[in-house]
Design a protein around this ligand. Structure first.
Ligand SMILES: Cc1cc2nc3c(=O)[nH]c(=O)nc-3n(C[C@H](O)[C@H](O)[C@H](O)COP(=O)(O)O)c2cc1C
Length: 138
């Protein structure tokens, strides 16, 4: 699979948990993205984030805007959100499509907010995401 990078942005640490679990399994480091972050050359990039008011994390949108198909070959999105229907990082999908960067899959995971889905993601859900990530890179 070549070089694999794992990046995330988070507001309530769910994406961080998922990113760290995936990164550990793949023997790489989970890197937290900030507005100033610049993408590295990589073969497969995991981008992990939540949904807020129906929209992806703006920090990840800025990061996706800096991607280039000569820099990043393939992407897997990992999306944590409270609602089943909202589980899609639309804005990032659109950016990847415009840039002709291949999206291999979008792995979704429940993530609680206040009393909605409190306690999620749980251990089992995190493991399911890790297992799916492993399957994808095999
Ligand atoms: C301010 C706020 C707004 C949210 N809006 C939505 C939403 O519109 N749809 C949804 O499915 N989940 C929503 N959620 C739930 C988050 O997507 C979910 O908790 C996710 O796991 C957060 O990831 P993070 O902890 O990495 O920031 C919202 C959470 C917060 C804190």
């Amino acid at each position: 699979m070549g070089k694999v990078n794992v990046v995330y942005a988070t507001k309530t640490k769910h994406s961080q948990k998922l990113a760290q679990a995936i990164a550990k399994e793949l023997n790489v480091e989970a890197v937290q993205i900030i507005e100033e972050s610049n993408p590295e050359k990589t073969d497969l990039l995991f981008i992990i984030g939540g949904i807020y008011g129906g929209v992806c994390n703006p920090v990840l949108i800025s990061y996706a805007n800096k991607l280039d198909k000569n820099l990043v070959d393939k992407v897997v999105l990992v999306t944590s959100s409270a609602s089943d229907s909202g589980r899609c990082q639309k804005e990032i999908r659109n950016i990847l499509q415009e840039k002709e960067i291949q999206l291999l899959d979008e792995i979704t995971c429940p993530g609680g907010i206040l009393f909605v889905r409190l306690g999620h993601p749980n251990k089992k859900e995190i493991q399911q995401v890790v297992d799916r990530a492993k399957q994808i890179i095999q």
